[in-house]
Design a protein around this ligand. Sequence first.
Ligand SMILES: Cc1cc2nc3c(=O)[nH]c(=O)nc-3n(C[C@H](O)[C@H](O)[C@H](O)COP(=O)(O)OP(=O)(O)OC[C@H]3O[C@@H](n4cnc5c(N)ncnc54)[C@H](O)[C@@H]3O)c2cc1C
Ligand code: FES
Ligand code: FES
Length: 493
Amino acid sequence: MTRNFLQFQRRGRAVRIGDFVPRTTVLDWLRLQERSTGTKEGCAEGDCGACAVVIVRERGGRLVYEPVNSCITLLGQLDGAELITVEDLADNGVLHPVQEALARQHGSQCGFCTPGIVMSLFAHYHQCNGVSSREKINDALAGNLCRCTGYRPIVEAGLEACNGGGDDRFSRNTVARRQAIGALDDKADLFVGDAVSFFAAPASEPSLARLYAQNPDATILAGATDVGLWITKKLAPIDKIIHVGRVVELSNIDATADGYAIGATVSLARAAPVLGSIDPDIAEVLRRFGSIQVRACGTVGGNIANGSPIGDLAPMLIAMGASVELRHGEEIRQLPLENFFLDYGKQDRKPGEFVRRLLVPKLQPATHFRAYKITKRLDEDISAVLAAFCLTVDGGRISEAKVAFGGMAGIPKRAKTVEENLRGLWLGDARRWQSAADAVGKDFTPLTDLRASAVYRGRVAGNLVIKALAEIAGVSPEVTRIADRRTVADAAE
Ligand SMILES: Cc1cc2nc3c(=O)[nH]c(=O)nc-3n(C[C@H](O)[C@H](O)[C@H](O)COP(=O)(O)OP(=O)(O)OC[C@H]3O[C@@H](n4cnc5c(N)ncnc54)[C@H](O)[C@@H]3O)c2cc1C
Ligand code: FES
Ligand code: FES
């Protein structure tokens, strides 16, 4: 069954749109079509949060409120969800508790950032079950820039509203809203447009496989945290869009004999607790992956399929020995993730072939994992370098080493000479740590770009080798870490 109109919930009714330009963003629709201009445009690239709106979906029988950046979210991605904007929060002229607290705490000056901040706090108000903390509010607001108020009063407002909160007209109306959202889930394939220009959102994997094999020139759209920028910044003329976000089979997280199979469309927010359970460093890298808005939309599959040399997942998954599963038509194949990346901008993926799942093994006993994300600022920043280490230690000696870096070459890549230097090394022999670190220079010739110079990259990568060895040898994270968090200090016996 195919439906030829988009449908989502808005202000208590179902909106149906049968004709729209496929690359229309939610922000443009709100401001130019609906004329709801409370939502602002700042950067138009997902960085500032001025455009944040809240999308509500049903997941596991409950409503999940997520803030998203409407400037890079496409209108078609709203299918099956409820859209809430800043205009919707006041109840008969009475401000929402979040708005009330922001005003009382003087959390707004020029006010340009305020609608986005209100929406991020509104999502947190509903997600935190009435229990928040300064740390949680900081994470909730990491994707919202405020240039003039200063964050202290904003964070105070968040603490005031969210602790003990959760009761508003949205929560009081949960049952009816859940039914209305559920009624949109008709399991039909969505296709709006014609052969030349369309927005399609297949509901099943066979439908996706068929459609993409027939239209290999179409752009696959997952969370749009990359593709959205092609539209707003490169003004890319994308006419054929296949959105994978409704494909049920790609959204599962399954336990396997040795780890997890993570569907391509699983968002980074959903993947974080699962991948983070493998090692706390993965949890920390994912906590610092973009912002809460980026993690709500961005997907595991998108982070791999984009082939980015600075994507955060790839080096960690390569070091762990993960595989990627691809599908073209009826044909499904698997390959080690490290073989997927061929050259800058080139992956082992045929036209019409899509990423299906990532197969991620858990760590073996005696294996120690470390991952370090190097950025100019702690939150919401793309890596200059990301280093991931998977070292097996037997009786104080490294018996096996897998080390991968992002940001050091045109693709995420293993550091094979570093690995050779590590194999057989006595962890306690600190004099040999430096020669393993120096081997970075044999593995990589990094570039200078706006994130870091080649010299800095080379030096920091070597230092990270030493840091990993020091931590695994037993030097306390209190000594080796300044800002990033590692809750479990595991070291070799
Ligand atoms: C403000 C901001 C901060 C960011 N911070 C980080 C960060 O800290 N770390 C980081 O690694 N990245 C970061 N990114 C980049 C981006 O969020 C990630 O790469 C994200 O995982 C992309 O996923 P997506 O679902 O949004 O992909 P999309 O934008 O939908 O797609 C990305 C690419 O992958 C293709 N694609 C998507 N899914 C599939 C599939 N299943 N099969 C085949 N092709 C597919 C698309 O066609 C496109 O080429 C950031 C982006 C923004 C805007
Ligand atoms: S306008 Fe800056 S994140 Fe959307
Ligand atoms: S109040 Fe001016 S940018 Fe935040």
